[in-house]
Design a protein around this ligand. Sequence first.
Ligand code: RET
Length: 254
Amino acid sequence: MEQLAAGQYYLIYNAFSFTIATMGAATLFFWLAMGRVNKHYQPALVVSGLVTAIACYHYFRIFGSWTGAFVVTGDDVRLSGALFNQAYRYVDWLLTVPLLMVELILVMRLSSSETTRTSLRLGGAAALMIVLGYPGEVSGGIDSTRFLWGALSMIPFLYIVYSLFAGLSRSIASQPESARGLVNLARWVVLLSWSFYPVVYFAPFVLSLEGGTSVTVIEVGYTIADLVAKALFGVLIYMIAVRKSDAEEGRAHV
Ligand code: RET
């Protein structure tokens, strides 16, 4: 870990703290709102809540690891000697990224064989993407190692993006009219929020950021991306589930 200015330390500290609260509140919302959708869409809300619950736990641990890595006296921030554990983030992604894929597939309510096949294919590619990114993330500022693993991880990433856009287009046409726009929006939120991760990963490399600036861009950048990809995306999934439940039960949408 690098030496940080007090402002950088507290910006990251506050971002982690905010995220614990948001993920916890989002989990309660997704699980408590389950009665609002019909039974076919309840699994999608269960999975949305699982994703934010897993993230809430990991941000709690990330926050603890962060405060443990520094000794702060007034404006003076020094390294304590304890390592800031980057693995929490990657373990979190390893669990939540495939679940996010499943969440999107479940709310589309495809045939059961298509649901299983697509979940395994996209969920597997998502897991591979994270596993390949990790060695680069912890390479400790060795640019060529960061670049190599990052480039390998881009392969499953591009495959997922391609599948979502090409493959799921057909399925979108079979969604009820009232939900089609939201499903399409959900695809775009996935594309934009997911693309933000490699941008953050390569930013220190491309912009030659160093020390505290690099740490701040990475930690705050990943945190913002997580808030959008998990909590905001979950709200979209909830809205799609409500629209589709109403359409299937013949309720006009107000
Ligand atoms: C890495 C390494 C560099 C290349 C790529 C990456 C992609 C990461 C992504 C993570 C998504 C995480 C989500 C978490 C939410 O639960 C690993 C940074 C392509 C896309 C959606």
